[in-house]
Each structure stands twice: as C-alpha cells, then as structure tokens.
Design a protein around this ligand. Structure first.
Ligand SMILES: *Cc1c(COP(=O)(O)O)cnc(C)c1O
Length: 219
C-alpha cells in the first residue's frame, strides 16, 4: 500500500499497467487497494481466486498468473479477465471450450520461458512456433491471444535480467509484425515483478505484476 502511488506514477511514464498480485493476501488487504482505485488483481491459484472473486466487488479484473491445470479452467472461465500463463496447446483448447460454455471470449497471454532456471513453465521458441501453427489452423473463436508473459531468472545480476527481458521483447515485436499483424489485440507484454519491474519497463513491459512491494512480503 505504501508504494502504491509511487509505482503508479512510474508506470504512467511508460504507459504500463499494474497488476496487483494479491496471492495469500486477505480480502481486507485487497479492499484497501481497491478503495485507492486499483482494479486489476493477480492470483496464482484457481481456488483462491474463485473464493476472493465471490467476496469482492464485481468490477475487479482478475488476472490468473500461475500455472493453470486444464481441469480447473471451468472454475474461472465465467469471470477471469486475462490468463497470463497459457503454456500448452491443450490448455488453450480447454480455455476455448470453457469460454464458449460461458458465452465469452477469454483473453490470454502465452507464457514464454526466458529464465535460465529449469523450474519455470512456458514455451521455448520451437514450441511456440508449433503452437502458432496449430492456432492458425484451428480457428478458436472463444480465445484471443493478446501477447506474451515471462519471468526473468531470480538473480541479483541486473544485466542478465535486462538481457532476458530484452529477448522476450524482441520476440514480442517480431511475432507482432509477422504472425499477429492482423490482430490488434496482440499488444500486451507482461513482465516484471517487485524486484525487477523497473528493468522490465525499460524493455517494453506493458503490464507488471507486483505483489510484495505493494502488500508486504508473503509468509
Ligand atoms: C508471485 C508472483 C508475482 C509477484 O511477485 P512479487 O515478487 O511479490 O512482486 C508475479 N508474477 C507471478 C507469476 C507470481 O507468481
């Protein structure tokens, strides 16, 4: 909360949006930011998002930022605003199916693996090309691919972080020109967290996902 207005001012300079990552935080803590004007909140677990969505104001835009299992898509399909973490073709098909049932179009980002760590989900470039080939043939009517998401390596080495974000930015620009040139909706680059969002902004982030810097550290 302390840093909220400072962060917003910084983001304004870059025309970027804030997703306040509220995982593990209470409804009351979320309401504090809501009352200060924040509407975009990010959660990484389906059940937690569902429970909070039911209790909180209905004009909140909920962002799913964590790994999503296909069998859980149905629980968030009726309301989710943007899924940042699409990491398989199978998942995209399921989102399309559940979105149709909810009579909606669901906006999605493709999660790209840019970190040097093994544990993070996401596509490499080869897998991404395969997915886009499938996507171009399949004509999914209930999902829109609106951009890319990525996480840098968790390191103190700022030049490495900068390099990874720049790599994602280049990929974003080249896909936008080649593959998505006819699709206006392809415009979001979700990257940057509490520790590295300043670097992400310099490398073209349109959305940053900030938790601990807003809410305090998680236990
Ligand atoms: C938890 C989380 C964040 C926010 O992390 P902070 O370091 O608390 O800002 C951002 N993105 C994803 C995918 C997360 O899981």
């Amino acid at each position: 909360m302390n840093n909220f207005h400072n962060i917003l001012q910084e983001l304004k300079l870059f025309d970027a949006r804030l997703v306040a990552v509220s995982k593990t935080k209470s409804v009351a803590e979320i309401m504090q930011l809501y009352d200060a004007g924040q509407r975009d909140f990010g959660e990484n677990k389906v059940q937690e998002m569902q429970e909070k969505q039911a209790k909180l104001p209905q004009d909140i835009r909920w962002h799913l930022i964590g790994h999503l299992q296909t069998n859980k898509v149905k629980f968030i399909a009726p309301f989710v605003h943007l899924i940042h973490s699409v990491d398989s073709w199978k998942l995209l098909l399921e989102i399309n199916k559940q979105a149709e049932k909810s009579k909606r179009v669901i906006d999605c980002l493709l999660q790209i693996h840019i970190a040097k760590e093994e544990t993070k989900f996401g596509f490499n470039e080869n897998e991404l090309n395969l997915l886009l080939t499938d996507f171009s043939k399949a004509d999914l009517k209930y999902v829109r691919i609106c951009g890319l998401m990525g996480m840098a390596t968790n390191t103190e080495n700022e030049s490495q972080i900068a390099q990874e974000f720049e790599q994602l930015h280049q990929l974003f620009v080249s896909l936008k020109q080649s593959y998505f040139s006819q699709m206006e909706c392809f415009k979001e680059l979700s990257m940057g967290m509490s520790n590295d969002y300043k670097i992400a902004l310099k490398h073209g982030a349109t959305m940053v996902r900030i938790g601990s810097l807003l809410f305090g550290s998680r236990v």
